[in-house]
Design a protein around this ligand. Structure first.
Ligand SMILES: CC(C)(COP(=O)(O)OP(=O)(O)OC[C@H]1O[C@@H](n2cnc3c(N)ncnc32)[C@H](O)[C@@H]1OP(=O)(O)O)[C@@H](O)C(=O)NCCC(=O)NCCSC(=O)C[C@H](O)C(=O)O
Length: 358
């Protein structure tokens, strides 16, 4: 009788034998299908992650978020930070990265995020504690193989218990069993041509007063304050696979080319937080940012894959001179990331504190 614990019992040099072995082996699964999630469930995400200066600088460097307030003590003090904090995009990506193994590792699409709030800055060395609550589950009417799940997530400092960031995110999650639906209409477009303002204005500078002036002028002229950013960033392996893995994001979409070969993208795709951070970096390079405040209605419209180039477009929606400290006012933007074919891949509303002219 063959001893199946004998390392030599299976001839691995014989491809046919190994194929047959793999075909019969059960796959030990990772992640959860849609059916796992029930409204009200709370998930405590285990891996934890210590935010690091290196991780933050690597994120900033690769995504073109070159803001010295997040790496130089004098620049941080100038922006009223007690210590040099990690970059907020890195913080957000790390908080979400930790959740992926429990929430979205099975694949599916990161559709959007809402109510992103930064409660306090986080410094390098902070150990994260992250929990999520399932707030909604529903069947996708257009894609019977998927369900749609929304979670609320909170990232805290594990040592002090202080809340750092909170948000609500929605993903399409593969179902173990396809649902019976009417098949729905996929990506239907509205009929009729586009309605656009006659004039698009751009602010004269990067300070709060420049945005406010442009918005006031636009209101008088039935114009919009909307502009493109010159920089683009082509997605390479470091961005697509390296950055998500550095945040412990285990979603196969970002690092398993073999699995992704049969997917609609045909290849690995960028982590939504990387795409978003690049578009925001383009926008921030044209403004005197004081602080990030909140984000709303973030959507991922299309996937971004290796070799795509991410550009940015910004529309100014509102200016509030009374929000924020004396030296800054709040500006609400809509940012759009688009690719080399001018296809939007991300959009979101962002309120940031922008420095007044000094
Ligand atoms: C996902 C897409 C292929 C969908 O395209 P399309 O069918 O054209 O879009 P619809 O607008 O019809 O949406 C389909 C259904 O999803 C619901 N939906 C869409 N957005 C939201 C939202 N923000 N909140 C709630 N629900 C939403 C619609 O209501 C539709 O529902 P139903 O009719 O019942 O089916 C396309 O959008 C696409 O390719 N998007 C890009 C996705 C992407 O690349 N994301 C980022 C990369 S993946 C990632 O980062 C993974 C991450 O690591 C993680 O783990 O989450």
């Amino acid at each position: 009788m063959t001893d199946w614990t004998d390392p030599d019992a299976v001839d691995l040099s014989d491809g046919e034998t190994f194929d047959a072995l793999l075909d019969r082996a059960e796959t030990r699964e990772k992640g959860h299908f849609f059916e796992f999630f029930a409204e009200g469930d709370e998930l405590v995400h285990d891996p934890g992650l210590r935010l690091s200066q290196h991780g933050s600088e690597q994120w900033m460097g690769q995504t073109l978020n070159h803001d010295p307030a997040y790496w130089r003590a004098d620049a941080a003090r100038e922006r009223d930070y007690e210590d040099v904090p990690v970059h907020p995009d890195y913080l957000l990506a790390c908080v979400m990265g930790i959740t992926v193994e429990d929430l979205s590792e099975k694949g599916g699409y990161f559709l959007g995020r809402d109510d992103v709030q930064f409660h306090r800055p986080a410094t390098p060395g902070t150990l994260l504690a992250v929990t999520s609550t399932v707030v909604d589950t529903r069947t996708s009417s257009s894609r019977p193989k998927y369900g749609i799940v929304t979670w609320e997530t909170e990232g805290r400092d594990r040592e002090t218990g202080e809340t750092l960031v909170t948000y609500r995110r929605t993903n399409m999650i593969p179902r173990r069993e396809p649902a019976a639906t009417d098949g729905g209409a996929v990506g239907e477009q509205d009929a009729g041509g586009p309605t656009l303002p006659d004039t698009l204005l751009s602010p004269d500078g990067e300070h709060f007063a420049d945005f406010q002036r442009a918005l006031d002028t636009a209101r008088e002229e039935q114009a919009a304050v909307a502009y493109r950013h010159e920089r683009g960033r082509t997605m390479d392996d470091q961005l697509v696979a390296g950055l998500p893995l550095a945040t412990l994001n285990t979603a196969r979409q970002h690092h398993n080319r073999d699995e992704m070969a049969d997917s609609p993208s045909g290849d690995i795709v960028a982590y939504g937080d990387v795409t978003r951070s690049i578009a925001l970096a383009h926008a921030r390079s044209d403004e005197a940012t004081y602080r990030e405040h909140r984000f709303a209605d973030e959507r991922f419209h299309d996937f971004v894959t290796l070799g795509d180039t991410v550009y940015g477009f910004t529309r100014v929606l509102d200016c509030d001179p009374d929000a924020g400290p004396e030296r800054a006012g709040a500006v609400t933007f809509e940012h759009v990331a688009f690719n080399q074919e001018q296809t939007p891949v991300y959009s979101g509303r962002r309120t940031a504190l922008i420095q007044r002219d000094t």
